[in-house]
Design a protein around this ligand. Structure first.
Ligand code: NAP
Ligand code: MG
Length: 505
């Protein structure tokens, strides 16, 4: 049997297992079973390198979300999961990490086909981080504890009391995630939920639903009881809104844009649902004048171009001391011009396509607005050729804080560059943004670095690196970049309620 050339080229170089998974009839995962959406509606899934539809998934509606929440509630309240001791949850998470590792190549290929990123990057960054994080959270399952206190209760001087706190699972978690690191984001929500004894309904981004469905299978394959993890694919305005406004959900864990995050926060508060929001960013990169301009250009290029700029902490505003400004811009322009665009399955390619046609359009519109507002295009500026969603790595020099390209999150491979005068000027410019997610400082002048760190209003400050994350270090935003901290010991607080017990003895 012959097949269309487009379909052949999409699957060129991927394993039979990956292809078989992608082409199967995808369904919602609810209560340990697989279901179509109530009304049979489906969404197409595209390969960003070619624009070819490779799969379709159910488009869940409110009634499907109701079923998933009910399944999660049942699993939370009785049965095996509710009675599982922490050590058994630890073992389950360790087995899950092993299963992810065993299927890491396949998961990386699925991610590449769905999201556009290079298979190598998906394998060595997304998968490695996801597996490590699941193991890190496995360790927490047995270490969640409260405090014991001896109360004084001064108005009852003749009585004796003892008091303590318990950390209890918050309950049913509604997780809503974006498309930039689909499997990793799913792991960031599901692993803490499992470690703390919660149950989950996950809604992946409509552009990238596939690895979440494969992840659900792996979660089940290690013996997780039915209903503990449910996956509803669908659109934000339908499935996402139904989940975030659902009275049966105890906590919403959201990662995505600030605009949608605000809407979700309002819907959650209506039911007093706990909510954590990991939102957008416009992270500054500050190069001090002791840096070698070539090394600075290399570091800044990595800070913006990782994952084609589709990173919440992408270093998208670069501030360079006047002294090295021209050299750093030239260095960056050379790096950007030398990058080869290509499919995520092309090992020679240095940058893949963006996630969707809409994102490609959004990013090229931003580049046009930068041009109109007077930015100098030092490199790139165009969309790539062919059917894929490519955008050239772009350096916008001589920008300023009145421009939209400096003020707004572009979420693509577009760097804005500006000079600054002194350290105070650099800190002022870095903070002149509604966002406060990440920032990096590049210098070996210790005392100036230490003076700068407390001045920067951001959840993470990197020094001589950028976008480097570790499971043990919290991640989250100041200002409009969010509420709450994921990763690290801080994440345990997001998935637990503290109960105070006071006993008269
Ligand atoms: P998005 O448009 O905000 O979407 C995120 C998720 O919310 C998707 O699953 C989306 O569904 C869903 N959604 C949309 N409208 C909704 C509604 N009314 N109610 C409930 N859910 C709704 O963000 P994105 O474009 O996918 O991702 C990019 C953004 O994520 C960037 O701003 C980036 O900075 C941020 N991000 C932040 C972090 C962090 O840790 N701080 C990490 C990664 C990404 P659909 O897919 O159907 O639209
Ligand atoms: Mg896709």
């Amino acid at each position: 049997m012959t097949e269309p050339a487009a379909q052949q080229s999409v699957f060129h170089g991927v394993s039979a297992a990956t292809r078989a998974f992608v082409e199967r009839n995808h369904r919602l995962h609810i209560g340990g079973d697989w279901h179509d959406a109530h009304d049979g509606a489906r969404l197409e899934v595209f390969d960003p390198a070619t624009g070819v539809a490779v799969a379709s998934v159910p488009a869940a509606q409110a009634s499907d979300v109701d079923r998933a929440v009910a399944a999660a509630r049942d699993a939370f309240e009785d049965g095996e999961w509710a009675h599982m001791p922490p050590v058994a949850r630890e073992r389950l998470l360790l087995q899950l990490a092993d299963a992810m590792e065993a299927h890491a190549d396949e998961l990386a290929e699925i991610e590449s086909l769905d999201q556009g990123k290079a298979v190598g990057m998906a394998r060595h960054l997304d998968l490695t981080m996801a597996v490590d994080f699941v193991r890190y959270m496995a360790g927490w399952a047995t270490k969640i504890d409260g405090r014991t206190v001896t109360p004084s209760v001064p108005y009852l001087p003749d009585q004796t009391f003892t008091g303590w706190t318990r950390k209890e699972p918050v309950g049913v978690v509604g997780a809503i995630i974006p498309w930039n690191f689909p499997l990793l984001m799913a792991a960031w929500k599901i692993a803490p939920a499992l470690a703390t004894g919660c149950t989950v309904v996950l809604k992946p981004a409509e552009e990238t639903p596939l690895t979440a469905l494969r992840f659900a299978e792996l979660i089940e394959s290690v013996g997780t009881p039915a209903g503990v993890v449910n996956v509803v694919t669908g659109e934000g305005h339908a499935a996402g809104a139904a989940l975030s406004g659902h009275p049966g959900v105890d906590k919403i864990a959201f990662t995505g844009s600030t605009e949608v995050g605000k809407r979700i926060g309002k819907a959650a508060v209506e039911n007093m649902t706990r909510v954590s929001l990991e939102l957008g960013g416009k992270s500054p990169v500050i190069v001090l004048d002791d840096m070698d301009p070539r090394a600075a250009a290399q570091g800044a290029a990595e800070a913006i171009f990782l994952n084609h700029g589709q990173v919440c902490t992408a270093g998208s505003r670069l501030y360079v001391s006047q002294r090295h400004y021209d050299d750093v811009v030239d260095g960056l322009a050379g790096i950007a011009r030398g990058m080869r665009l290509g499919s995520g399955r092309d090992p020679e390619a240095q940058m893949g396509p963006l996630v969707s046609r809409a994102q490609q359009q959004r990013v090229t519109d931003y580049i046009a607005s930068g041009r109109e507002q007077g930015a100098r295009i030092a490199a790139g500026g165009g969309a790539g050729e062919g059917g894929g969603y490519y955008v050239e790595p772009t350096i916008l020099a001589d920008t300023n804080h009145q421009m939209r390209v400096v003020r707004e999150e572009i979420f693509g491979p577009v760097l804005t560059v500006m000079p600054y005068d002194d350290l105070d000027d650099a800190a002022r410019l870095a903070n002149d943004s509604p966002y406060g997610l990440g920032a990096s400082v590049w210098s070996n002048d210790l005392s100036r670095v230490h003076r700068l760190i407390p001045k920067i209003r951001a959840g993470t400050v990197w020094v001589n690196c950028h976008n480097v994350l570790d499971p043990a270090l919290p991640l989250g935003g100041f200002k409009q970049s969010g509420i709450g901290r994921e990763l690290g010991r801080e994440v345990v607080d997001l998935y637990t309620e503290t109960k105070t017990v006071l006993m008269s003895v």
